[in-house]
Design a protein around this ligand. Structure first.
Ligand SMILES: Nc1ncnc2c1ncn2[C@@H]1O[C@H](COP(=O)(O)OP(=O)(O)OP(=O)(O)O)[C@@H](O)[C@H]1O
Ligand SMILES: [Mg+2]
Length: 123
């Protein structure tokens, strides 16, 4: 029997992220390496300002690294443009943001329905 090849859900290789702040380069992530296997609950902790949100934005395809590689289910997020990463986010990634990011005028049901409509799925 063929055993399907197990690939990590996500791998982060030598990732750096810097921001230009007032003409200075602020190096927030300085070489992050990690591998996430499927069906695991992972928690990321660190003091405020250590770069958790910066890393989450990269792993979720909202942002691109300054250096390094990010593969989500083998897809090279670091090379893909925003439109291509958005396609993956729409289908395969769910975010629950600290600030919810819900449409305030819509009900809970309608908020879910809106995302499904954008993904062209029946509610
Ligand atoms: N777009 C940006 N432009 C400039 N600096 C940024 C940007 N995003 C994040 N930073 C800086 O990067 C550092 C890390 O921020 P980040 O929000 O990733 O930290 P965090 O670990 O999520 O903190 P918290 O626990 O408070 O949420 C901070 O110094 C922040 O000011
Ligand atoms: Mg944060």
């Amino acid at each position: 029997m063929d055993v399907p090849e197990r690939q990590p859900l996500l791998s982060v290789k030598g990732v750096e992220r810097s921001f230009d702040v007032g003409g200075q380069k602020l190096r927030v992530l300085k070489g992050i390496n990690l591998t996430l296997e499927p069906n695991r609950l992972i928690m990321l902790k660190g003091r405020s300002g250590s770069g958790k949100t910066t890393l989450m934005n990269l792993m979720g395809g909202l942002d691109r690294p300054t250096e390094g590689e990010i593969f989500f289910q083998g897809k090279p997020f670091h090379q893909w443009n925003d439109d291509k990463r958005t396609e993956v986010r729409r289908k395969d990634i769910g975010f629950i943001f600290q600030a919810y990011a819900l449409m305030p005028l819509l009900s809970a049901y309608e908020n879910v329905e809106l995302s499904l409509r954008m993904a062209k799925k029946a509610a």
